[in-house]
Design a protein around this ligand. Sequence first.
Ligand SMILES: CC(C)(COP(=O)(O)OP(=O)(O)OC[C@H]1O[C@@H](n2cnc3c(N)ncnc32)[C@H](O)[C@@H]1OP(=O)(O)O)[C@@H](O)C(=O)NCCC(=O)NCCS
Length: 183
Amino acid sequence: MIPGQKTRLRAIEREDIPTFVRWLNDPEVRHYLKIYLPMSKAEEEEWFETQMEDDSGRVFGIETEESVLIGNVGLSDLDWKNRSAFLGIVIAEKEYWGRGYGSDAIVALLRFAFGEMNLHRIHLSVFDFNQRAIRCYEKCGFRHEGRAREALFRDGRYHDALQLAVLRREFFDNEVTAGEALD
Ligand SMILES: CC(C)(COP(=O)(O)OP(=O)(O)OC[C@H]1O[C@@H](n2cnc3c(N)ncnc32)[C@H](O)[C@@H]1OP(=O)(O)O)[C@@H](O)C(=O)NCCC(=O)NCCS
């Protein structure tokens, strides 16, 4: 268990798979993610099995204090030499959007990534129309690094993908401020 202030991160379980399938088949959730095809239980089961053996990343379930599973957050593309990883997150129970759960889970994961896994840099990509996510990442200490122009075709037109990253020293410098923002 990785503790946050209003969330905790736990290992994902095989029993969570039907919940993940429901989440990833919600068009409103999928709108913000790279995936665009309907997701089957078989595909999700296959993904789950690869996760169990994958040394290049790890996904955690995000739970509220009341033990409600509301989303997943994880690291992928772990690069042990350069000590970097890619962060992905989804809060898929939509009534929890915009209430501080995402930033709390990210801060918990960053504290773990920098303080336990001894990583140096965490990076991510976000679509330019996802203002809630961008604000959330900025609050957690991520800085803008670049823009992949017209990298995503969605809803009949192209959108840019923004690249953000946070370094270990920036995170620990920013953590007090982020903590205050979350209170
Ligand atoms: C992105 C996501 C993880 C953020 O988690 P969250 O719990 O909703 O975010 P938080 O409440 O911690 O922070 C959101 C911030 O954006 C603000 N915000 C909310 N809606 C906004 C909007 N439409 N435009 C701008 N800012 C917005 C909130 O007010 C809050 O900022 P504040 O604390 O300064 O007031 C979550 O919304 C989510 O999973 N969305 C669907 C999937 C997704 O987008 N995943 C990320 C793909 S890169």
